[in-house]
Write a protein that binds this ligand. Sequence first.
Ligand SMILES: [Zn+2]
Ligand SMILES: [Zn+2]
Length: 81
Amino acid sequence: MAAPFGGGSREGFMITVTEGKNCEVCGKNEAVVVCNGCGLALCGECRVFDIWASGCGHGLTRVFCRKCDADPKINFWKSSE
Ligand SMILES: [Zn+2]
Ligand SMILES: [Zn+2]
């Protein structure tokens, strides 16, 4: 039985897993997820996690690049606060 998120492995990462791609933001590191805003592949340094409160007691986890995280048209939950 495989451990769900243990061991530091990228296998089974909870959002979109990229394989064999470099980060499309910095280009330095291997990408691990895809931005939920613009779809660019992101490495662990360039991704930004955000929890969007849904209003009924739980949140949705989103991953953005820094640009989308700061863009109120994309990350509109953040700007509404
Ligand atoms: Zn990067
Ligand atoms: Zn983005």
